[in-house]
Structures are given as structure tokens and as C-alpha cells.
Design a protein around this ligand. Structure first.
Ligand code: NAD
Length: 489
């Protein structure tokens, strides 16, 4: 372990204390901005996880009994702490993930909105009560699931953890989070703020690590529910492994989002929305559009889209991608499409970013005349690359969208209400946009895709998440209706 790094080595957070893992496996943490090593993270062992589970189980006994109106008081404080620390939190996300500072700030603002929603949970989780027959009453209430785990990806080091933390904890669970090992720093700051907000020890624990810890989470008998966000390949593994141990699991996977652009779309609005969707966070969003189906005569829109892309300054408007390997993978997709006959309208390969020559940058890339059989149109690219497929009819365009195995999001750009409604009805995806390139539903609406983009039932945020983080208890009560009268006399 080096002591010269900008950030000291990342520890686990167990039972309210920062503890070193007993592992001898460590991973360097790089900043994608300039390729420098900024920290090191422990790849923890099963024993570390076990200690966290014991802590979470102990804390559950009291935390689950705290009335929800009391529990959310901590999240009101946490929200003000996120606001007060927004500059530091944004800088951390920027540095460890590589997205621009403005994008990092937007991620913290979203974390604040997610926390705001958790503060409103007492208004949403009341049970029901009814006299179902004379003297017999049924009542329902939502109770915590127990010890839950949250496994998160690299692309939103703060927002995705905050998809799960405030809701799961406000609803009375205790948690073990496994941050992405490539961006472990933001979650440490989140833990400090939760502690400052007054969260009791053991309610929130961090165990850093890689595949070994993820598998241990799926297998550990002390963990009742597992939420996962990451690639489809790993989402399937986590879903299968944790449900084979009869755990509740919600696993969100990757995506290949299509934007259908019709000839009557507003050109300026469409070009800027499509560009923002493909290039925001350097294309590293599960909501990023990486395929556009241009229906009919849309050259005038494509021209404006290219102009938008050419204006963007890499390193300033477009952040870095997560690693050298990611940069190479993304550029391989472009080169392969080119060799298969697609035409590269804007080429973002190997951009020069002055002063950051060692950073991992790819410029916005627009590929025209891609065909549905090319890897660039079939696979998730996770870089600022858009493949345009030409289509003659809306039916063909919808078929191209619906033939892809994912189902996170799909959008249509048009001024025709009828066409928009038709796409919204027939697109086989969980989140639909009309004239919006990144159709993320905002709280209290919930976030979640379909098909290969989500395994399990329900969504991960908003109202739908209440179902995942709680169990429904049903109590039926019968008293002798005369008992009170007799007792009184
Ligand atoms: P990833 O699947 O590589 O990693 C996610 C988590 O799984 C990490 O914590 C990692 O340590 C762990 N992991 C990696 N390989 C593993 C293995 N073989 N076995 C067990 N655990 C393993 O994903 P990533 O690269 O960090 O994130 C990018 C992916 O996440 C993209 O596919 C993106 O679409 C997806 N994503 C989806 C959503 C959504 O809402 N659907 C949101 C954000 C990101």
C-alpha cells in the first residue's frame, strides 16, 4: 500500500467504524481524467462480509422497531448534508468516474431528490384496515425485509447507491453495500454523512470487493434480499445465485436504447436531445441512446445532430470513460462498423485532450448506415457512440427496436400525437420517451426496465420500490362483540 496517493486506502465500514480488511488482495483506483492512481481498495474476504452481516443483524433488532416517522428524520438531515457537501461530493464523482464536473453535480442533485422521496415514505406506506365480517377485522402493514445487500456499478458512484440506501433504510432494513471496486470513494463520503445525520451503527455497512464478495452476498444465509445494478451478464448470475438460496432479488442489467426519429420531428430539439442522450456521461448511462432509427427523410436532422457533435469539446463537455480497456473496446466497435461498410459521420477516436494525454477519452461518434446485424447496433457500447439505422417505415423501426433483447428505454421524436402514441403503445421497453432522449421517470414514479434489462419484479426507485424493501403483514382479529358490553356492566 502506498502512502503517497491522493486518497488513503479505502477501508470497509462495519458497525459504525472504519476497519481494514484482512485481505492481501488490493486494487489500484485510477482517475480516468488523467490515468493516475489515486487510491487503493481492499478486495475483502468472506470473513469481512460475515462481520458486516453480524453488525447489520444486531442493528436490525432496534432499527426495525423505530417508528418510520422517526427514522426519516435522519434522512431529512442527510439531505441537508448532501446539499452542504455538494461541492466535495461532485468533485469525488468527477475524479473517480471521469464524468464532467457538471454531470457529477447533477448526480448529487439526483441523490438529493432520491432522499427527498425517502423522507415522504411515511405518507405512502400506511396499511389498511377493514371490518370484513361482524367482529372480524383485517389489517395490513408493511414491515422491513431484514438485512439487505446493495451491489452497485461504476457509472453512478453516488446516485445508484442512493437509489437504494434512503428507501431501504427508511423502510426499516439494515444494509450492506458493495460499491464498484473501480469507484469506491464516493460511498465512503456517503457513510460519513449518514453517520453525521445520526444513523445508528450497524444500520449501514460497506464491504468493498469484487466478484468474490458478490458471490458471498448471494450465498450468505444472513442476507435476506439482494439488489443489483450492473451489466446483464452479472445481473443474471446474481439473480440466479441469490434466488437459488431463496432470497428476494431485483437485478437491473444493461441496455440498448433506441431512439426513433420521424421526418416531422422538430429538428433543433431532436438534434440536441439525441446528442445529449448519446454523449451525456460519455455514453456511460444505462439510459444512453446508442442506436437511432431514422425513419424516412431525416437527413436535415442528422446534419444538425452532427453539428452538435462537432461543437462538443472533449475533456470539457464530454468526460472520460472509465478505463483504458473501455476506451479501447469503444474504439474497436467504431472500427469494426467502419470495416463492415457503415459510414463514420463524426469520428471521436483518439481525441487529443491537452494536458490530459493519459486520460481515457473518446469523442462523440456518429455512425450512419449501420445495419441491425452489426455489433455496434446490437450490443451495449457504453461510450459516446450513436449508430444510425435507416428505416423506411415506422413498423420497420419498431421491429428493429423490439428485436433487441434489452428493454430499458425507447424514445420517439415526432410532432404527431398519433405516431407518438403508437410507439409508446408498441415499444417493448419499460421506460418510454416522447421527444425526450433520456426518459428517466422522476420520483415518486419508479425506475426500471424490462426484458434483459431487469430480472425480478418491480422497480428499484419510487413507489414501486416499497414492495421490494418491505414484506406485507396481514393480521386478522376477532373479538366477541358482546365482550365489551359485559365487561362494562
Ligand atoms: P458490472 O456488471 O461489471 O459490475 C457491477 C457490479 O458487479 C460491481 O459491483 C462489480 O464488482 C460486480 N461484478 C462484476 N463482475 C462480476 C462477476 N463476474 N460476478 C459477480 N460480480 C461481478 O457493471 P459495471 O461495468 O460496473 O456497470 C456498467 C453496467 O451497468 C452497464 O451494463 C449499464 O447498463 C449497467 N447499469 C444498469 C442500470 C439500470 O438501471 N439498468 C443502471 C446503471 C448501470
Amino acid at each position: 500500500m502506498s502512502s503517497e496517493l491522493k486518497y488513503s486506502n479505502v477501508k470497509n465500514y462495519i458497525d459504525g467504524a472504519w476497519v481494514n480488511s484482512d485481505t492481501n488482495r488490493w486494487l489500484d483506483v485510477y482517475s480516468p481524467l488523467d490515468g493516475k492512481i489515486i487510491s487503493q481498495v481492499a478486495l475483502s474476504s468472506y470473513e469481512d462480509l460475515d462481520a458486516a452481516v453480524i453488525s447489520a443483524k444486531n442493528a436490525l433488532k432496534t432499527w426495525s422497531k423505530v417508528p418510520i416517522k422517526e427514522r426519516v428524520q435522519i434522512f431529512f438531515k442527510y439531505k441537508t448534508l448532501l446539499e452542504a457537501n455538494i461541492a466535495e461530493l461532485s468533485a469525488l464523482v468527477h475524479e473517480e468516474n471521469g464524468k464532467t464536473i457538471d454531470e457529477a453535480r447533477a448526480e448529487i442533485e439526483k441523490s438529493i431528490e432520491l432522499t427527498e422521496f425517502a423522507c415522504s415514505l411515511p405518507q405512502l406506506v400506511q396499511g389498511e384496515v377493514m371490518e370484513v365480517s361482524r367482529g372480524v377485522e383485517c389489517r395490513t402493514e408493511r414491515v422491513p425485509v431484514g438485512v439487505v445487500a446493495s451491489i452497485v456499478p461504476f457509472n453512478f458512484p453516488s446516485m445508484v447507491p442512493n437509489w437504494t440506501i434512503p428507501n431501504a433504510l427508511a423502510l426499516g432494513n439494515t444494509m450492506i453495500i458493495k460499491p464498484s471496486e473501480v469507484v469506491p470513494l464516493s460511498v465512503t463520503k456517503i457513510a460519513e454523512l449518514l453517520k453525521e445525520a445520526g444513523l445508528p451503527k450497524g444500520v449501514f455497512n460497506i464491504v468493498n470487493g469484487d466478484r468474490e464478495i458478490v458471490e458471498a452476498i448471494c450465498d450468505h444465509p444472513g442476507i435476506d434480499a439482494v439488489s443489483f445494478v450492473g451489466s446483464t451478464k452479472v445481473a443474471k448470475l446474481v439473480y440466479q445465485r441469490s434466488t437459488s438460496h431463496l432470497k428476494r432479488c431485483l437485478a437491473l442489467g444493461g441496455a440498448k436504447n433506441h431512439l426513433l426519429v420521424l421526418p416531422d420531428a422538430n429538428p433543433g430539439m431532436t438534434a440536441s436531445n439525441v446528442f445529449a442522450s448519446m454523449s451525456g456521461c460519455a455514453g456511460q448511462r444505462c439510459m444512453a441512446a446508442s442506436a437511432m432509427v431514422a425513419v424516412g427523410e431525416t437527413d436535415h436532422i442528422i446534419k444538425q445532430l452532427c453539428e452538435e457533435a462537432q461543437k462538443a469539446v472533449v475533456g470539457q463537455h464530454i468526460g472520460a470513460v472509465i478505463s483504458k480497456q473501455a476506451k479501447e473496446r469503444i474504439e474497436r466497435y467504431i472500427t469494426e462498423a467502419e470495416s463492415q461498410g457503415a459510414s463514420i459521420l463524426v469520428d471521436g477516436r483518439s481525441p487529443v485532450v491537452k494536458g490530459k494525454e493519459e486520460g481515457y477519452y473518446v469523442g462523440p461518434t456518429i455512425i450512419d448506415y449501420a445495419t441491425p446485424d452489426m455489433a455496434v447496433t446490437r450490443e451495449e457500447i457504453f461510450g459516446p457512440v450513436l449508430a444510425i439505422i435507416r428505416s423506411k417505415s415506422l413498423e420497420d423501426a419498431l421491429k428493429i427496436e423490439n428485436d433487441n433483447p434489452y428493454g430499458n428505454a425507447a424514445s420517439v421524436f415526432t410532432q404527431s400525437g398519433g405516431a407518438a402514441r403508437y410507439v409508446a403503445e408498441h415499444a417493448n421497453a419499460g421506460m418510454i420517451g416522447v421527444n425526450i432522449g433520456v426518459p428517466v421517470p422522476r420520483e415518486p414514479f419508479s425506475f426500471g426496465g424490462w426484458n434483459e434489462s431487469r430480472f425480478g419484479v418491480g422497480d428499484i426507485t419510487g413507489k414501486s420500490s416499497i414492495e421490494f424493501w418491505t414484506k406485507l403483514k396481514k393480521t386478522t382479529v376477532k373479538w366477541n362483540p358482546e365482550a365489551g358490553v359485559n365487561w362494562m356492566s
